[in-house]
Design a protein around this ligand. Structure first.
Ligand SMILES: Nc1nc2c(ncn2[C@@H]2O[C@H](COP(=O)(O)OP(=O)(O)OP(=O)(O)O)[C@@H](O)[C@H]2O)c(=O)[nH]1
Ligand SMILES: [Mg+2]
Length: 348
């Protein structure tokens, strides 16, 4: 863990863009990072994933930088006799104290990106890290000063919207994350493809994504014996969320192309990525235009836009019909590829 021989950080990049992926344990953060890597790589958009979870030496995605190169959870637990939560906070504090290491590694990784790289930070699921502990926030703030334009993509498992009290806790956590991190922020209901398996929702999906008048949920809470005891507290919490009026949700099913495109487009707008060419040369401009055109063509091939009514239609109202339709499309695409492979001369 000695950092004595590390070179001084050399800040050569012009700017970099990217995402800080946060959310409670099991929300789907690492899966999303992996999906994003596959998706952007297929679009010829370079991406680097940085794992900030010191408990994961071997993440499931191609990892450009791993915090375990600097410090890992098990050694901290052994060395200082800490439990997993305390050790996690120690590791993030250690990262903050060794910020120069991170900058040096980022410079190395982004060296060949012509000045505008794209980095995605996968984070651990401990909620303290983005609700009240300062280290992650400080690291992001310092990256911001070095022209890293990051947006927080905060994932919450869509399963929680099926229960009024869990939904309110998800909304409160999302609000807390927004207030704590103070950065461009998008909340996302993840694993939306599983929503139909949890039974019928009392309200349309848009009620939850737009976090409309939460007082409707108070009646539900009052009918839950555990929650009813805390009627006044529930009311105060609901009013607090309503008064801030900050929380809304996008939706995500990692394996669904339209879902990924909608989120990528939104984050690109939030960070300003859409306004710059990928590379410093003119070809960069063309790449950007091609990428946007490709996004458009994928969207028209799936026949869906980014409206929450489309999401409701796809994943709740008519899931089986859409699943069948997409299976047919994949089959046709597969057959077409096989035909082309059999006749290489005709390949365009
Ligand atoms: N059906 C479905 N499953 C998903 C999706 N995203 C994640 N999962 C599953 O959810 C589980 C948890 O995903 P992870 O990516 O490990 O979650 P995480 O937020 O990184 O978890 P921690 O790092 O432990 O906090 C895994 O079994 C994933 O396969 C999704 O979009 N759809
Ligand atoms: Mg993870």
């Amino acid at each position: 863990m000695s950092l004595d021989n590390l070179p001084e950080p050399s800040i050569q990049h012009k700017s970099a863009f990217g995402q800080l992926v946060t959310g409670p344990p099991g929300a789907g953060k690492s899966t999303y990072c992996h999906g994003l890597h596959q998706f952007l790589t297929a679009l010829n958009r370079p991406i680097h994933i940085i794992n900030l979870d010191p408990a994961v030496p071997n993440p499931p995605y191609p990892c450009s930088i791993n915090i375990t190169e600097l410090i890992d959870l098990d050694s901290v637990m052994d060395e200082y006799g800490l439990g997993p939560n305390g050790a996690m906070l120690y590791c993030l504090e250690y990262l903050e104290a060794n910020f120069d290491w991170l900058v040096t590694r980022l410079d190395e990784v982004l060296e060949n990106e012509g000045g505008n790289g794209y980095v995605v930070f996968d984070t651990p699921g401990q909620v303290e890290l983005w609700t009240n502990h300062e280290s992650l926030k400080n690291v992001v703030e310092r990256l911001g000063k070095l022209e890293y334009r990051l947006a927080a993509v905060h994932l919450s498992d869509a399963h929680y919207i099926t229960d009024a009290s869990k939904f309110i806790s998800v909304v409160l956590l999302a609000l807390r994350a927004m207030l704590q991190m103070e950065m461009p922020h998008v909340n996302v209901l993840s694993k939306i493809d599983l929503l139909s398996t949890y039974g019928e929702l009392p309200f349309d999906l848009s009620y939850y994504t737009e976090v409309q008048d939460l007082s409707y949920l108070l009646a539900k809470l009052d009918s839950e014996p555990r929650a009813a005891k805390f009627g006044k507290l529930n009311k105060a919490m609901v009013e607090l969320v309503d008064d801030f009026g900050l929380v809304g949700f996008e939706t995500l099913a990692v394996e669904d192309k339209s879902s990924m495109i909608n989120l990528v487009r939104l984050v690109d707008k939030m960070t300003g990525y859409i306004f710059i060419p990928h590379n410093q040369d003119q070809e960069g401009d063309m790449n950007m235009i091609n990428t946007q055109a490709l996004f458009g063509s994928i969207m028209s091939s799936t026949g869906r836009g980014n409206d929450v009514r489309d999401v409701q239609e796809r994943w709740l109202n008519n899931k089986e019909a859409y699943d069948e339709f997409e299976r047919d499309q994949w089959r046709e695409e597969w057959e077409e590829r096989k035909r082309k492979a059999a006749k290489p001369d005709n390949n365009e």
